[in-house]
Design a protein around this ligand. Sequence first.
Ligand code: RRO
Length: 310
Amino acid sequence: MPADLSLPLGPLMPKNPIFSASGTFGYGEEMEPFVSPGEYGGIVGKSISLAPRSGNPVPRVVETPSGMLNSIGLQNPGIDVFLRDYLPRMREYGTALVVNIVGDGVDEYVEMASRLDGQAGVDAIELNISCPNCPVGGMEFGVDPEATRVLVEKVREVYGGPIIAKLSPNVTDITVIARAAEDGGAHILSLINTFVGMGVDWRARKSLLPGFTGGLSGPAIKPLALRMVWQVSRVSNLPIIGIGGIMNADDVLEFLAVGARAVQLGTVQFVRPRVVRDILKDLTRYLDEEGLESLDELVGTIHRREALKG
Ligand code: RRO
């Protein structure tokens, strides 16, 4: 019998804890030639804005040591086209479907959330309050606790389903923002989005990205992401989705050990688009080798050990 990899995530009950991260999986269709989106516990679509956006000038992606920088600039078809042309196909995948939204002010988030309220097949919305490449909105909220609290509260007034707040690492103390999102009524926290970084060609006297800065992702950021998940899990009662440089099943279990109940795969999917299969196989094998009944037994074990010592 295949191992049960399900791990309850607050109001969500994904069949396994592996989600695809926003912006790294299109709306599923782009990945269909490689992998069935239904193999994931859930998929998160590329951030949607109220109006369509054509994104930033190219190049938008550059490789860096153990990672990459992106400056996509929120290219997306806008919520109307998303609902009409993309959502119907996504509903058929047989996995948890999360719609990630970003607005240039509270009103835009609220408008989109109210249009998503009650949409068949949408299991949750993820509020992108952490976009590093958006001129307005996005990270503006995620670096300000009061703005975060008010935004989540307002969205909750119009959206009846689960709300995930996606946090930015570009802050002095991520726990303050996590608590603000919890106070506002978020059901789940996802962390982290990308770090604002820069790549330089000194010979050409040029930045590698036309907009100078971009969002850093990939294995280079994993230790930072682990630290932030660990910090947040000590101060918040909300379930956490860990994100940041996950390449394999060991990485997944590291995030679970510091308190995450699910993870999102991002950059690795550009290199190994079928990676979810190997990860699920290895998770099953590791459970067996460790004599564990379920992944739940691992969640937050690092804290529990500390508590035992204390
Ligand atoms: O589109 C982007 O440039 C982008 C977004 Br919205 C985000 O949330 N995080 C990121 O690294 N890039």
